[in-house]
Ligand binder design. Sequence first.
Ligand code: VG1
Ligand code: CO
Length: 598
Amino acid sequence: MRQSLNQSVVDCYSFKSHISFKTNPQFCLTFFSALKDLLNQTMTSFTITTVPTKPFEGQKPGTSGLRKPVKTFIQKDYSENFIQAILDAAQDKTKLVIGGDGRYHNKTVVQTIVQMCAANNVKHVIVGQNGILSTPAVSAVIRKRQTNGGIILTASHNPGGPNGDFGIKFNTSNGGPAPESVTNHIYELSKDLTQYKIVNELTVDVLTLGVQTYNISGNVFTVEIIDSVEDYLGLMREIFDFNTIKSYLSSGSLKILIDAMNGVMGPYVKRILIEELGAPTDSAVRCESLEDFGGHHPDPNLTYAADLVKQLESGVYGFGAAFDGDGDRNMILGKNAFFVTPSDSLAVLADNLDCIPYFKIGGVKGFARSMPTAGAVDLVAKKINKEIFETPTGWKFFGNLMDAQKCSLCGEESFGTGSDHIREKDGLWAVLAWLSVLANTKISVEELLINHWNKYGRNFFTRYDYENCEANPCNEMMTQLETLLSQTDFVGNTFKSGEKEYKVLIADDFSYKDPIDGSLTTKQGIRIIFSDGSRIIFRLSGTGSQGATIRLYVDCYESDSSKFRTDAQQVLRPLIDIALQISKLKEFTGRDAPTVIT
Ligand code: VG1
Ligand code: CO
């Protein structure tokens, strides 16, 4: 009986594609009422419990969701409160996706969300097997299965494990991170919560693929467990020419090494790069997903992916890549660990999109980058006559542009690259895009970059992160900078370092008016732009879970080809010195050196 009921629900969902309530209300009413009767006769009814609760302070989503130490999340009612606020804020929540990066506490919270969805009138939840879905996969599933949104359990590149971080993020029906209007609403609701609703006795089997149906106080509640990789793989097949990549990888011309950093990407890498695209099994490392990411920081940069850098230095591999915990970031390396800055990666892809069928056939709309990202892609946009948008930090700002068909490709300096195939940045997509370019051009990563610089000039970029500083001095430093910049004579000032001299052209705190919905976002980073186009930018991170992290971004443009191969740190040294001098960063934070240099 249980089996046949499950089948009826599946039939009903497949029916829905051609029989909707609008076209055939009578059929739908009869069908659902028959189903309800069947349900009440055959299945135990679960009861909904309303639990009194008190608000927790600080449930304000940051750059990308709510991130806190696991110790905070495991407090009684902490996750429940935030989930209730999400469900209350969601306008339509008939069908939701649930998945996470598999970090410590993922399994527990998946069950909690299912129990709360059941109690809050959600009709259908789609859950990645064992609660696992990468962030880009959630976005792909939301779009493919036309759900009202999804809840992602991740703190992305932050460490995991009992002493690490956990996070919860809400994505809307376009597949993208909820915009600020929604996250602010969630936060406001979280401040006044007095109760949440849950079905305590419900425990779902998240390991077995297929549909389960439950009777929640007389209403049908469907839980559908899906393969974590399948939908995403299907999408990648539509975008890329798998045959071209496969034959290039098997021709022996390119040896690759992929580091999944013990994050969520292991199963995706194995299935797509190894099984589908035929890369040798030893071309991927750290593919076992671990709850604590093996004790490492799952952040694909030169510091935290140092093992990969070392391997690439050996000269054996022609291409290397790493992902973060939830699989939306990527770092690209060439032979001898030649580092491709994310700003350059975006520009090179923009210039070579015709190597990818999705763009060759569908065409290229505009481009977008976050403000701190160097302007290399702007030069490509100008040359091929496309629009370019400069947004605040955080992928949520690209969503409106992509929905309005204004942007095909976008990226952030923080190892984020992606396109309008979904509404999240996408680490493996970026790797497949790079492999497509390499397979088509048949030159090395380094040659590709040198050619690019010869064509456009080079944008040198570096980012200094001062992680886990005390919050107050960092806030004071930012306030002091704001005051300094607002002085009428700051613009026009000249700063010297060694032989170099820079004249301030613009000094402001970046704000952004969304060209689609007109919403205004202020205080997105202090910018000092000099007359030669060089920039110094200061921001406080919005993804840390404790203390404060200062990010200092510095970039400059060089058109003299004899200087293209100079080390970026050397080129940017004078600007860094000036940044430290203007900000008095050392005096405020007591830090002599950054924690991470990119
Ligand atoms: C950082 C990056 C930002 C990125 C965000 C989420 O934010 O700078 O570019 O979008 O992380 O990435 P912040 O506020 O710490 O600078 V992830 O991989 O967490 O989803
Ligand atoms: Co991430």
